[in-house]
Design a protein around this ligand. Structure first.
Ligand code: ADE
Length: 265
């Protein structure tokens, strides 16, 4: 059986290499909060798409349009049907990433959003980072190998040309389902060597890897985690202003991507 399996593997690798040489056509941008998404929807002149690409009844929203020859889809998980707040966190992020890849077959995923930053690692309010690594900090399973499965640390898709041209900061991102930080989370975030803390990135990365779609992570800092200010207050206070910086960076990234293939990023 081995030669047969090797043959399939080589064929798959060849297909991936071929795909990386084709111009990027379709992008899915996963954004958890409406406040973060709407300025980009306007910037790219996207419209809300009512085609049933998602199952009936889910709150997930797809904004779609053509911008600089790119087929752009901003996917927002929508608002919780009972509580009316944005569906933030890893579960909605995983679901919309999976459903979007299945329905739209994108060449590239971008996960854009806000994050907490660590000043000890050089983060300041309003900084925009591209994540070079992602991991979880709240999936603690202290059994050999399951511990590594829980953390799920991985390098993100490498974009050396984009980083060189756009001069964005680069840092490691740690993901969990809480805005605050428990002492356990803090120890895991430190072990992950993270500069940034968010609530979606590693989940999007997991699904994108599962389905072999390259993904990049653009995160803007709304609050400093390792200072004395209450996180929720600082986050809400800075959300709108920092979103402007995030959206500017995402636009630069999309402009850079336009006309290129995956292997040129
Ligand atoms: N998004 C913005 N700030 C955050 C924080 N401190 N933790 C998790 N997600 C965030």
């Amino acid at each position: 059986m081995a030669p047969h399996d090797d043959g399939i593997e080589v064929a798959e690798e060849t297909m991936v290499a071929e795909a990386e040489k084709r111009p990027i056509v379709t992008i899915v941008i996963v954004i958890a909060m409406q406040t973060e998404a709407l300025p980009l929807v306007n910037k790219f002149k996207l419209s809300e798409n009512h085609d049933p690409v998602f199952p009936k009844g889910v709150p997930w929203v797809r904004y779609h349009g053509i911008y600089k020859d790119l087929n752009i889809n901003i996917i927002w998980p929508g608002k919780d049907s009972v509580l009316g707040v944005d569906c933030v966190g890893t579960v909605p992020a995983s679901l919309v990433t999976y459903a979007s890849i299945q329905a739209l077959q994108p060449d590239l995923i971008i996960n854009a959003g806000t994050a907490g930053g660590f000043k000890a690692k050089g983060a300041c309010i309003g900084d925009v980072f591209v994540a070079c690594d992602v991991a979880f900090h709240d999936r603690r399973i202290p059994i050999p190998v399951f511990d590594l499965y829980g953390i799920c640390a991985r390098r993100t898709f490498s974009t050396p040309n984009m980083l060189k041209e756009l001069k964005l900061k680069v840092g490691k991102l740690s993901t969990g389902d809480s805005l605050d930080m428990s002492p356990h989370d803090e120890a895991s975030i430190t072990a992950n060597d993270a500069t940034l803390k968010d609530m979606e990135g590693a989940a999007v990365a997991y699904v994108a890897d599962l389905l072999s779609v390259p993904a990049i992570f653009i995160k803007a800092v709304t609050d400093i985690v390792d200072d004395d200010k209450p996180t929720a207050e600082e986050f809400l206070q800075n959300l709108v202003a920092v979103t402007a910086a995030l959206d500017q960076a995402v636009t630069q990234v999309v402009d850079f991507i336009s006309g290129k293939c995956i292997s040129e990023l």
